[in-house]
Design a protein around this ligand. Structure first.
Ligand code: PBG
Length: 338
């Protein structure tokens, strides 16, 4: 007995629109383009390129190599680069003093990239963790991360970055009120055109693991008693969703131009809720652990790397993202070009 093709109404055949490449392209709902990508790049103070073991294919770049990367971004149609510093242990201390150094690595990298490709937007993380010897994003007192004392340092850091030529300040620290204080300080300094993309809904996540190695950040909780084991007192609980909307509402009210969700793939439900609720340009960060998972599986022959890269990035667009911060940016842009 042959099965009836469809139970209710045989003329309804969803597969008709999937029958050929041209029909699929015609009805495709979201499209990934190089212009959706923000390329996350790690810089270091040494020469050349140094591979990051936990992130196959990612290398720490010297300032000169970062300038080349900016030209590459331009050639590939990637609108912006997010830059993160690898800081030597000797440069770090408990309060991250070097974070606001106007002659430091970040300032030099930003200038180098803006000189090489002024058309490419440069985004900087406003956060102390690459510069603290305990790896936390804030100043610690008796085991507690101090909110307002941390913000003072973040403002100095953000102003330095903006003066160096950074186009987008991206506070990733999750201190309360930092977007407003940063926005007020930018206005007062005559830097009213500097954009802010807040890490509005940033979760305390295991998926940042490889990033710690990439930027040379110490393992949390292994230092003194003053070093809490995780970031749970400032980053969000992975179980929460309504709270993300409150975080985003505050950052918008405080003057953020764009908001971000982080990590990316496990949090696309949060992206969709934010887009629906606020209609703000909403981004997500495909973080180091997401990159590492795809690469590790691909290197074992367990999945097709190119297809997984494009599928994962397309999922961000489908969820409603204006764009994605990703270590895959140049590879994806090349795949999209081909
Ligand atoms: C720190 C910061 C982190 C990342 C970006 N900025 C790590 C953290 O919050 O612990 C993670 C990036 C990645 O994993 O790719 N302020």
């Amino acid at each position: 007995m042959s099965a009836a093709p469809l139970a209710s109404y045989p003329a309804l055949r969803m597969r008709r629109l999937r029958q050929a490449d041209w029909t699929r392209r015609l009805v495709r709902e979201s499209r990934l383009a190089p212009s959706d990508l923000i390329w996350s790049v790690i810089v270091h103070d040494g020469e050349g390129r140094v591979p990051v073991a936990s992130m196959p294919g990612v290398q720490r770049l010297s300032v000169a190599e970062a300038a080349k990367a900016a030209r590459e971004a331009k050639a590939l149609g990637i609108p912006a680069i997010a830059v993160f510093p690898h800081v030597d242990g000797g440069e770090k201390n408990a309060v991250g003093s070097k974070a606001a150094d106007p002659d430091g690595l970040i300032a030099r990298a930003v200038k180098g990239m803006k000189d090489a490709a002024p058309e490419v937007g440069i985004m900087c993380d406003v956060a102390l963790d690459p510069f603290t010897d305990h790896g936390h994003d804030g100043v610690i007192e008796a085991g507690r991360i101090l909110n307002d004392a941390t913000i003072e340092r973040l403002v100095a850091q953000g102003l330095m970055q903006a003066r160096a030529g950074c186009d987008i300040l991206a506070p990733s620290d999750m201190m309360d009120g930092r977007v407003g204080v940063l926005r007020t300080a930018l206005e007062a300094a005559g830097l009213q055109d500097t954009l802010i993309m807040s890490y509005a809904a940033k979760y305390a996540s295991a998926f940042y693991g490889p990033y710690r190695e990439a930027i040379g950040s110490s393992k949390l909780g292994t230092g003194s008693a003053d070093n809490p084991a995780d970031k749970a007192t400032y980053q969000m609980d992975a179980a929460n969703s309504d709270e993300a909307l409150r975080e985003v509402a505050l950052d918008i009210a405080e003057g953020a131009d764009m908001v971000m969700v982080k990590p990316g793939m496990p949090y696309l439900d949060i992206v969709r809720r934010i887009v629906d609720a606020f209609s703000m340009p909403t981004f997500a960060f495909q973080v180091s652990g997401e990159y590492a998972m795809i690469m590790a599986a691909a290197q074992n022959g367990w999945l097709d790397e190119d297809r997984a890269v494009l599928e994962s990035l397309t999922a961000f667009k489908r969820a409603g993202c204006a764009g994605v911060i990703t270590y895959f940016a140049p590879r994806a842009a090349r795949l999209l070009e081909a």
